[in-house]
Design a protein around this ligand. Structure first.
Ligand SMILES: [Zn+2]
Length: 261
């Protein structure tokens, strides 16, 4: 376990969809989005955020994701699975103390069941919606991931500003609208300063800058309000903002094995 606080950016390949499925009202052209996930070393225990797409979807897209692949197709090398990439970077999956889930869509549940000593933190509202999602979002939840055996869940009861270690380094902020229990994660680093992982509260900077809504959402009202809230937070702290699936800005961030500290 490292004593240094560091934030690593990883990626489980990409997803192919139509541009309109990311940016509401845009075109029908194929559009390729990165699938990010994050890893934080902290003296009190290492943390995975989301874990990207599960390896099973890379091995058998239709078998694992079902009919959703007709709209969202995973382009992923099984080698890109979060456990494999962490091991390659020299980390022990057994040292992961927490997995923080922004939400439980199928490109964010790759960590489920893969970290034997981790508690999985999620908003209860999100977990319950995963089991009861309305028709237009039902396929976005893969219960084979969420119900993997051995997962120890820890639920946040609409808690806003949850501070994992009480030191302000890793703090979650409710940002619903893309899904009912979505949360974004602020990581405050000693040298790099605050980095706001908006995750799917802002797929791209077009969302962040009020140019369009995301192609998948449960509430346009909440989506817009969440972006406003996160923008205020980021401006107040002068945070670097990382959108959830932005092919334009993603190449500009440092990737593992490089890191922010
Ligand atoms: Zn999502």
């Amino acid at each position: 376990m490292s004593d240094a606080i560091r934030l690593y950016f990883f990626q489980t390949g990409r997803i192919r969809q139509k541009e309109v499925d990311i940016k509401l009202g845009y075109g029908q052209e194929d559009f390729f989005t990165p699938i990010p996930w994050f890893f934080i070393t902290h003296p009190r225990g290492n943390v995975v955020i989301d874990g990207g797409t599960a390896v099973e979807a890379a091995l058998d897209p239709e078998g694992h994701w079902g009919a959703l692949i007709n709209k969202y197709y995973p382009l992923m090398d099984p080698e890109d699975g979060c456990v494999n990439r962490l091991k390659q970077a020299g980390f022990d999956p057994a040292d992961v103390k927490y997995v923080i889930h922004s939400h439980l869509h199928l490109d964010h549940t790759g960590a489920c069941g893969n970290f034997p000593n981790a508690k999985h933190i999620v908003q209860r509202r999100e977990y319950e919606w995963a089991f009861s999602a309305d028709w237009y979002m039902k396929l976005g939840y893969v219960m084979k991931d969420i119900l993997k055996p051995g997962i120890e869940w820890e639920f946040l009861e609409d808690e806003d500003g949850f501070d994992l270690y009480g030191d302000g380094v890793i703090q979650t902020y409710q940002s619903p609208g893309h899904s009912p229990g979505h949360q974004s994660i602020m990581v405050r680093l000693p040298n790099s300063g605050p980095i706001l992982l908006a995750i799917d509260a802002a797929y791209t900077f077009e969302h962040w800058n009020d140019k369009c809504l995301p192609g998948a959402l449960t509430s346009a009202i909440e989506v817009a309000a969440s972006v406003r809230k996160l923008r205020r937070l980021a401006e107040r702290e002068n945070a670097m903002v990382v959108p959830g699936h932005d092919p334009d800005s993603w190449p500009s961030f440092k990737k593992a094995p490089d890191f922010y500290d």
